[in-house]
Design a binder for this molecule. Structure first.
Ligand SMILES: Nc1ncnc2c1ncn2[C@@H]1O[C@H](COP(=O)(O)OP(=O)(O)OP(=O)(O)O)[C@@H](O)[C@H]1O
Ligand SMILES: [Mg+2]
Length: 383
């Protein structure tokens, strides 16, 4: 795998020289730095494909070093390997929590094992290229707009419209997921427990065979964090690989992000085939949505990948579709009627709308939107 650039940051010169030679011998272009400050300068200037660092730096704590990298858009998605000379057991946890992808102890064995680790981590970066199953991400600017309900129901409708396709729904809303109560899942397997598994375990085969099948919904579910305490255990750096494995296993990977727009979700948003933006008709939601859109555009998201839906557009007071479009500066692809208490009732019974109320106009909209999403996502890929 030639012409990949790798930066090694190590305060120990002998170790830096040894590693540089070894990684060069694997055919990579290698840069070196022996302080955190020099490392950050090189990273933000040259954007290497992989960062290898020894957490025992003298000028910066590993936490600060990693946080700076993860918070800055120039480095938020660069894979980071901690190659540590320290046997402090808490350090591994600290590094993984702060955003490093893998933590490996320096030992005689790294000569044999490092090439495989490097190859795997270089693969993490490449997933920015859109490939594998379609990634459809639901988000909103405000709570209670119906993001989770629409996410579950449209995922179901996508399978309904293309029965031969495989669909997985991933609940990434922090600190508590809400797809599980909508579809009636009570098991233990969730996003947090999956990210705690070692990278070798979360294979395509693992997801296909282990994720629960939600029978009437006809999708498999990767449930969200069950409570805020468990959400704190989430290994954020593992999420891109998990999403990648899911895209290799399923035709449609449908993610509920809710309002959680953050550095955790940004890499997923950037890879999404469709960003489904759910709005309600009240002025404050629409104004906030405009802010989110400005942010997404600043991050280089193409408007064509944004799929705006106005929920509760008929049957309740609020702005019209045209008024909302004027404010957000984007066409609204679909409007969903207000269903009164029927929607909450279906949710409470863990039933999809198109099964519980097949004749309701909302069910017709769900079916239409699902097939339009499939078409749009396809045509964007072949663009
Ligand atoms: N079109 C609709 N008609 C009637 N009720 C609706 C409609 N859309 C959503 N609801 C109801 O609104 C409530 C909130 O929906 P939901 O939990 O899906 O929103 P959310 O945006 O995911 O909220 P949160 O911010 O809590 O994640 C639910 O009780 C749902 O049944
Ligand atoms: Mg929700």
């Amino acid at each position: 795998m030639p012409d990949k650039s790798i930066l090694i940051v190590d305060a120990d010169n002998a170790s830096l020289n040894f590693l540089t030679r070894m990684v060069k011998d694997q055919g990579h272009f290698v840069m070196g730095a022996n302080s955190g400050k020099e490392g950050l300068l090189i990273i933000w200037r040259d954007r290497p494909d992989l960062i290898i660092f020894d957490p025992s730096l003298q000028d910066v704590s590993p936490e600060d070093f990693l946080r700076k990298l993860r918070r800055d858009l120039r480095s938020t998605d660069i894979p980071i390997l901690a190659l540590s000379s320290s046997h402090n057991p808490g350090l591994k946890e600290t590094c993984l929590q702060a955003g490093c992808n893998e933590y490996v102890l320096k030992s005689g064995e790294i000569v044999a094992t490092l090439p495989e680790v490097i190859a795997r981590l270089l693969g993490v970066k490449q997933e920015l290229i859109k490939e594998g199953g379609h990634l459809i991400v639901f988000l909103s600017a405000k709570g209670g707009t119906g993001t989770s309900s629409l996410c579950a129901n449209l995922a179901m409708a996508i399978h309904h419209s293309k029965p031969e396709s495989s669909v997985v729904v991933v609940d990434m809303v922090l600190p508590i997921g809400s797809i599980a109560p909508i579809v009636g899942y009570q098991g233990e397997l969730d996003l947090v427990s999956v990210t705690e598994l070692s990278p070798g375990k979360t294979t395509e085969e693992y997801f296909r065979s282990r994720l629960p099948v939600m029978e009437v919904w006809q999708f498999q579910l990767l449930a969200g964090a069950p409570d805020p305490e468990r959400a704190n255990d989430l290994k954020i750096a593992r999420i891109p690989e998990v999403i990648k494995a899911l895209q290799s296993s399923y035709d449609y990977v449908i993610v509920d992000l809710g309002r959680s727009l953050s550095r955790i979700s940004l890499p997923i948003i950037q890879k999404a085939d469709l960003l489904v933006l759910i709005m309600s008709t009240d002025q404050s939601t629409i104004t906030l949505t405009k802010k989110i859109l400005d942010y997404l555009h600043a991050q280089g998201i193409d408007s064509r990948n944004i799929y705006a839906i106005l929920n509760r557009a008929v049957g309740l007071e609020g702005l019209t579709k045209t008024e909302a479009e004027k404010i957000i500066g984007l066409p609204i692809k679909s409007t969903l009627p207000y269903m009164g208490s029927n929607f909450a009732l279906a949710n409470n019974l863990n039933q999809p709308i198109i099964l519980k109320y097949p004749e309701d106009s909302a069910s017709i909209v769900f079916r239409d939107v699902a097939s339009d999403m499939i078409k749009t996502a396809n045509s964007l890929r072949s663009r």
